[in-house]
Design a protein around this ligand. Structure first.
Ligand code: CA
Ligand code: CA
Length: 300
């Protein structure tokens, strides 16, 4: 199978857009599949590729291959710099490669390189670092705060497509209502922690309401329960943001129904017909696992 055959197979009839970015992405996919680098894909290579693609870390492998352009199996500062030049971020918010975060990966002299496992850790924190740098960039010229519109703009240009598409529309629409129009870094980080921990928010509401034997829980009850969840780390500020997001009638209590009004549980029609509440819960769980995966589209 040649590269062209491969592209045709991967695209399954979809048109390969003329943008160089798309071609680059699929060529990287081919390089990933072409283990012996002879420019052709043998069946065993394709089989391995399929196994790789269906594995839980497929996105990370693709990302690694895309970024490791010199193909030496390690990510250097030069490779990483190139990744930044591929993203839309570069034109909107400058990314400081000498930040403590970048330095902690590549060293003070920027000559350290990362293997695959280390690179996945870098990607995991990348979105947060982009967000934090963009905040500082905007806030530094205006008294350490940003407006709700600026916050939304930063989110759009630093979060991956996947994160953006999974952000419940009501959460995004209510940023100004929830955080006001002078957003501090503390609020930004509390808000993003809440968004990343929506499953834990749901869990805490269910648990608190079970213990209370009442569907409506107060902020104190929520925070007390949320802090008892293993490895959950809700702060009072985060708890307050949870209530600003979900307590639509402003009576000081929230319920699972309030939560699901903002974060609808996605279930298929057949499941709905069968009333599979269990399936619903599992789906939410697996979705949360998917949240941690890297969106390759955000890298190219
Ligand atoms: Ca490299
Ligand atoms: Ca309420």
């Amino acid at each position: 199978m040649t590269k062209e055959d491969f592209l045709r197979a991967v695209l399954e009839g979809e048109k390969l857009s003329d943008s160089p970015v798309d071609k680059e992405k699929y060529e990287a996919l081919f390089t990933l599949a072409d283990y012996n680098l002879d420019g052709k894909l043998a069946f065993d290579e394709y089989f391995l590729f399929e196994v790789l693609m269906t594995g839980p870390d497929a996105d990370y492998y693709i990302a690694f291959t895309l970024v490791d352009r010199d193909n030496d199996g390690r990510i250097s500062m030069a490779d990483f710099t190139r990744l930044l030049q591929m993203g839309a971020l570069v034109s909107k918010y400058p990314f400081n490669l000498e930040s403590d975060w970048a330095t902690s990966f590549f060293g003070r002299t920027a000559d350290a390189t990362l293997d695959f496992a280390e690179f996945t850790q870098l990607l995991k924190g990348f979105e947060g670092e982009k967000l934090s740098q963009a905040f500082s960039h905007v806030a530094s010229s205006q008294n350490g705060k940003i407006s709700a519109a600026q916050f939304d703009h930063i989110l759009t240009h630093t979060m991956s497509h996947r994160s953006i598409s999974e952000l419940p529309p009501l959460v995004r629409a209510n940023i100004k209502k929830v955080l006001g129009d002078e957003i501090s870094f503390a609020q930004l980080s509390a808000w993003t922690n809440v968004i990343h921990g929506l499953d834990r928010v749901r869990e805490a509401i269910i648990l608190a309401s079970d213990e209370k034997r009442h569907p409506q829980v107060t902020e104190k009850e929520f925070l007390r329960t949320a802090r008892r969840l293993p490895l959950a780390d809700f702060t009072p500020m985060e708890s307050a943001i949870v209530f600003k997001i979900f307590d639509a009638d402003n009576d000081g209590t929230i319920s699972l129904a309030d939560f699901e009004t903002v974060v609808p549980v996605k279930i298929s029609k057949s499941e709905k017909a069968a009333g599979k509440v269990e399936a619903q819960a599992n789906q939410t769980k697996s979705k949360s696992a998917a949240n941690h995966a890297v969106d390759v589209r955000s890298l190219v």
